[in-house]
Design a protein around this ligand. Structure first.
Ligand SMILES: Cc1ncc(COP(=O)(O)O)c(C=O)c1O
Length: 483
């Protein structure tokens, strides 16, 4: 008398046995189970219910019992039934409460303007092109593509990326050294675990970065060792033997926006060679440099010492969870083994679709369109701030999806500004949130060695869809307007 009914096109588990055991009649038990499913949202408003005959058959009860239960719930307003269109969940029966047992938590702040960094304008996702590429990929994929495959990922995507990365970023790799992973975060976790297996104990990172990445490294057993930052990027002269690798964002330091100088690139590679260590190059937005051709990937300096990490999170969408590592020979086996252990391999359909998008040239066209879009956004941000808050300074190179805005003396602390931003309905982050915390006391730099530049905000100018950008920019200008 329990039923998972499927005849309306979806599954819903209805438990009548317990209610029957508690003494309810069959009709009352069914009414009660349906009412509860509507109330707690498992049956959404508008859902079409199975016919009384089909539900009766699914549950092994008389059709009439179902007719009566539907009638009662219709009279109560939970369901509505119209001649010819069957019975549906009534529109006004929106769940009165969350799933059973759920307690409402504290209300999250409501943000009208989203300037949080790290995200692309999701309205630019090339839906039509993606769908067409998915169709073509599905139509031409061999049957074997749908089975268990290499933990490195689909060969079609690894081949497409080999050529694309060589052409656009100067990466020197081949399909046997590329691994497709679920976001850079997973790739970094696998790498850190492989380095830990080889005896590494620490990961050097830039003094400001992405704290969730630091958490990934810690979870793999590596201690975080921040390096000071200046306008030429990370002070790699501070690298020592306590780190097995250094994580860098050479093309566009996240979040401060510096480019790692040529001397420092060479010095970091020298350090890796001498210490049997690695450089992990996070090229998260390398395709989005606006002022001139981006510098090529650092990986080309030494593919056996630099791991290149790229992602579709900025160029397409973070929700795809598609990223790739170009690995030195030594790391292919351990990282692939850990990937297999983690989740066998990344899902194939999106890999095939992305491969198709790249080989057809559509991906290039999409990236060019996004580059122009984000460049205009940045120009608008810089112009608006120059007009309304001339003493704030936009620092970092003209690139990427975010900018750092340094606040002038007297503008208040970062925390005060963030509180005012929240009150104004603006979602954004401050520079301090990005600070890398050392895992050992001795790692702390002497005063003044980090990029201490006073309060600063990190503005994700790419984040809002186009229609929402002017209002978000106006709200930001109002927040920073000098009083
Ligand atoms: C510095 C940096 N690296 C990498 C990524 C991409 O991470 P993932 O591919 O896990 O979404 C981001 C996204 O916000 C980022 O800001």
């Amino acid at each position: 008398m329990n039923g998972s009914w499927t005849s309306f096109g979806g599954d819903l588990h209805l438990d009548l046995t317990e209610r029957r055991a508690a003494g309810a009649g069959l009709r009352a038990a069914l009414e009660d189970a349906l009412r509860e499913a509507v109330q707690d949202g498992r049956l959404a408003a508008g859902t079409r219910l199975p016919s009384s005959r089909a539900l009766g058959e699914d549950l092994g009860i008389a059709r009439n019992t179902v007719v009566e239960a539907y009638g009662q719930l219709t009279a109560e307003g939970w369901l509505s039934s119209r001649q010819g269109s069957g019975t549906t969940v009534a529109q006004r029966s929106a769940p009165a409460r969350g799933p059973r047992g759920a307690r409402p938590g504290p209300r999250p702040p409501v943000f009208r303007h989203d300037l949080m960094s790290g995200r692309p304008d999701l309205s630019l996702f090339p839906r039509t092109a993606w769908l067409a590429a998915a169709r073509r990929a599905l139509a031409t994929a061999p049957h074997e593509a749908f089975g268990y495959g290499s933990p490195l990922g689909r060969i079609e995507l690894r081949e497409a990326l080999t050529h694309y990365l060589a052409r656009v970023r100067g990466v020197r790799t081949d399909p046997d050294h590329l691994l497709i992973c679920t976001g850079v975060s997973q790739g970094l976790g696998l790498l850190c675990a492989a380095l830990r297996e080889r005896g590494a104990r620490g990961l050097a990172v830039e003094g400001y970065g992405l704290p969730p990445q630091h958490a990934v490294a810690r979870a793999a057993g590596l201690a975080i060792r921040p390096l000071p930052l200046d306008c030429d990027g990370a002070r790699v002269d501070r690298l020592d033997e306590r780190s097995g690798a250094v994580l860098l964002t050479p093309a566009h330091q996240y979040p401060t926006g510096a480019v790692l100088s040529a001397e420092r690139r060479a010095a970091a590679v020298r350090w890796a060679r001498e210490r049997d260590g690695y450089v992990v190059e996070d090229d998260y937005d390398g395709e989005f440099r606006f002022d001139r051709q981006p510098l090529g990937a650092m990986q080309a300096l030494d593919p056996e010492r630099v791991v290149y990490a790229g992602t579709a999170a900025k160029s397409l969408a973070p929700g795809l969870r598609l990223a790739w590592l170009a690995l030195p020979d030594d790391l292919v086996e351990p990282v692939a083994r850990l990937k297999r252990r983690a989740d066998t391999m990344s899902p194939v359909l999106d890999q095939l679709t992305l491969a198709e998008l790249i080989t057809s040239g559509t991906y290039d066209r999409h990236v060019r369109r996004c580059r122009l879009h984000y460049r205009r956004r940045r120009d608008r941000l810089v112009a608006a701030l120059a007009e309304h808050a001339p003493r704030v300074e936009v620092t970092g190179i003209a690139a990427g999806l975010h900018a750092v805005v340094q606040l002038p003396p007297g503008a208040g602390s970062e925390a005060e500004l963030l509180a005012r931003a929240e009150a104004a309905g603006i979602s954004l982050s401050g520079l301090v949130w990005h600070r890398a915390e050392p895992d050992e006391e001795s790692d702390a730099e002497p005063d003044g060695e980090r990029a201490e530049s006073g309060p600063a905000l990190v503005i994700g100018y790419a984040t809002p869809p186009e229609h929402a950008f002017p209002a978000a920019l106006a709200a930001l200008c109002e927040l920073l307007r000098e009083r």
